[in-house]
Design a protein around this ligand. Structure first.
Ligand SMILES: Nc1ncnc2c1ncn2[C@@H]1O[C@H](COP(=O)(O)OP(=O)(O)OP(=O)(O)O)[C@@H](O)[C@H]1O
Length: 602
């Protein structure tokens, strides 16, 4: 499976428990704790099974033998049985829970670590809400399996097997009554469990839909509010919630019916036993104590059958969850690191030692089945050269820029850095050599310092400040309430657009890469902010090989070379002046896009 082509929804293959087996490696480190928990479980279940036997003795002591001393002994015995059971349950729950919490954390961590390594294409295919819900609800389901399911299942199986055995020992004929009823209960429970599973998946899908909507709306809150869509989005959410309720009510109806029907069938069986047993007590072939003991076992068996059936439903849900989680874990990145990378000498950012960048006859499409968006693009930037990419919207500029750090891989031709195919380099070398300044820089929640240090963890305060000064960010940062320690809010919402850009530039200064990929902002900032950003960029690009997706006249003028893209092809190449003189595609682009700026600037 590849990360770009997998379906958005989890697949519904026939359910086999195999995905659960893949949890085993995660359980192994806790084998000791789990083994002790299992022993405690066995002892607790055994105590549970002994209990009806002691009750029998107690009742017979009172009713048949009239022995006070035996009655006292038996009552104490009963207390002892419960005490043992209590201690065992305590230890078992504690050990099992602590082990499964660790397992869950490891699994979440593995999933997260895997997902963050998948290429951006994967995230454009999936809704992030769906992925975060995998991390939360599916893993919670898995935990419930490990935590309650395994122990409950074991306990109930023990009760069932032990119950039937002890029942047979107590009274074989009465046991036959039970054996006649049991298959009916099992069959009914089985059918219901299947129906329930289907209903549960329906509910989960709808919950995922509504979570995804909420996620999207919160992420785009400004757009939502600027178009006054709050009411409309709330209605959409409401409609989805309506779906959740309908599906959940349908499931509840099934569940209610399940409990009603299975409960009735089971208790009808108990009544039959009671009736037949009562007749045997009247006939003097059975003591009252033995009948009660028998009844207890019958209850145990009925309860075990009922629980096993509903556990079966949970089991199926958990298999589904495991399947979805492991499906994600199995998603191979479409952009994979080479097994034996060619080392790239670390170049300090500037000067003649810079790194050449080239696209050689590059063809590219975003996914199989989509049309090519680049048709044989050839483009070279010599060390230290500043190349501006221009072209109409949709020409392929962003696409070209995202091929350099391998956010996607070419479908034909190659991209090289310092003469090496980018696919031969380790991510650390490749991405370490390229500094990206995005059009709309996103900051992470955390302090200003953390956000700059992102480029080089472990950088000293002095280095951070130097980078910040170079990016003309220092001036505004020191005026923030807590200076470099000021939290910037999620995605940097507490900073202005120009300030965010300067933080993004400071990051690249700190990184000091040999190559810079710059997606120039289209929205204009106020003049002062604009000037600061421009000065910072001017400084940043000095001597670094640069690819700029240019939207400003000042940028194209300053570039050593301008490359004009049109519909995924390079149509012109030269300096601003040369291209303008040619009177071709660039000239018309200039007239449409850049000239107004020229007039304003003049
Ligand atoms: N993730 C994607 N999946 C599929 N197609 C895409 C994706 N991103 C871009 N495209 C398509 O690729 C083509 C080139 O887009 P690209 O973003 O590179 O253009 P651009 O020149 O940067 O445009 P703009 O100046 O508007 O940003 C467009 O036709 C676009 O629809």
């Amino acid at each position: 499976m590849s990360d770009a082509s997998s379906p958005a929804r989890p697949s519904r293959r026939p359910v086999s428990p195999r995905p659960l087996a893949r949890l085993l490696p995660y359980l192994r480190p806790h084998a000791g704790r789990l083994a002790i928990a299992f022993v405690c479980l066995l002892v607790a279940a055994a105590a549970g099974l002994v209990f009806p036997r002691v009750v029998r003795e107690l009742l017979d002591a009172a009713f048949r033998d009239g022995s006070r001393a035996r009655l006292d002994r038996m009552a104490l015995g009963l207390l002892a049985v419960f005490a043992v059971q209590g201690v065992m349950n305590y230890v078992q729950v504690l050990l099992l829970s602590s082990a499964t919490e660790h397992v869950l954390a490891r699994l979440r961590e593995a999933l997260f670590a895997h997902l963050v390594r998948l290429s951006p294409g994967f995230f454009t295919e999936r809704r992030t809400g769906e992925l975060t819900s995998r991390l939360s609800s599916d893993l919670v389901l898995l935990q419930s399996v490990l935590n309650t399911w395994v122990s409950e299942f074991t306990r109930q199986v023990l009760f069932l097997v032990g119950g039937v055995l002890l029942l047979t020992l107590t009274d074989p004929t009465l046991t036959l009554t039970i054996i006649a009823v049991a298959p009916v209960v099992v069959a009914v429970a089985f059918v219901f469990a299947r129906l329930l599973r289907r209903a549960s998946t329906g509910v989960q899908d709808r919950v995922a839909d509504s979570t995804a909507l909420a996620d999207e709306v919160f992420g785009q809150i400004r757009t939502v509010q600027s178009f006054v869509r709050e009411g409309e989005e709330t209605r959409r959410y409401q409609a989805l919630l309506g779906g959740v309720v309908d599906a959940a009510v349908a499931r509840a109806r099934l569940r209610a019916l399940f409990f009603g029907v299975v409960g009735f069938v089971a208790f009808a069986g108990v009544t039959a036993v009671l009736w037949m047993g009562g007749r045997r007590v009247l006939a003097g072939t059975l003591t009252a104590g033995a009948l009660v003991q028998f009844l207890f076992y019958a209850f145990f068996i009925a309860a075990a059958v009922g629980s096993l059936a509903s556990l079966f439903g949970h089991f199926q849900e958990a298999i589904g969850a495991a399947q979805r989680v492991f499906e994600l874990l199995d998603t191979a990145p479409t952009v994979a690191e080479p097994a034996h990378p060619v080392p790239l000498a670390r170049q300090s950012g500037r000067g003649a030692t810079g790194v050449a960048v080239a696209l050689e006859d590059v063809h590219f499409r975003y996914a199989d089945g989509l049309p090519d968006v680049l048709h044989g693009v050839t483009l070279r930037a010599a060390p230290g050269e500043v190349v501006a990419l221009v072209g109409r919207s949709g020409a392929g500029k962003t696409t070209v820029a995202s091929l350099l750090p391998r956010f996607w891989d070419v479908t034909g031709g190659r991209v090289t850095l310092d003469g090496h195919d980018v696919r031969e380099l380790s991510f650390a070398d490749l991405r370490g050599a390229i500094g990206v300044v995005p059009q709309e820089p996103a900051l992470f929640s955390g302090s200003v310092r953390d956000n700059i240090a992102l480029a080089r963890p472990g950088a000293s305060d002095a280095e951070i400040e130097a980078a910040s000064r170079a990016a003309h960010a220092h001036e505004f940062v020191v005026r923030l309430p807590q200076g470099y320690a000021t939290p910037v809010g999620e995605r940097g919402v507490k900073l202005s657009g120009g300030q965010r850009q300067r933080i993004a530039i400071a990051r690249v200064f700190l990184k000091d890469p040999a190559v810079v990929v710059l997606d120039e902002a289209t929205s204009s900032l106020d003049t002062e902010s604009e000037r600061l950003v421009e000065e910072a960029l001017e400084e940043l690009l000095q001597g670094r090989t640069t690819l700029i997706i240019a939207h400003r006249l000042s940028t194209v003028r300053r570039a050593d070379r301008v490359v004009v893209l049109d519909q995924g092809r390079v149509v012109e190449e030269g300096t601003h002046a040369e291209l303008l003189a040619q009177g071709g595609a660039y000239a018309s682009l200039y007239n449409g896009q850049f000239r107004a700026e020229d007039v304003v600037g003049a």
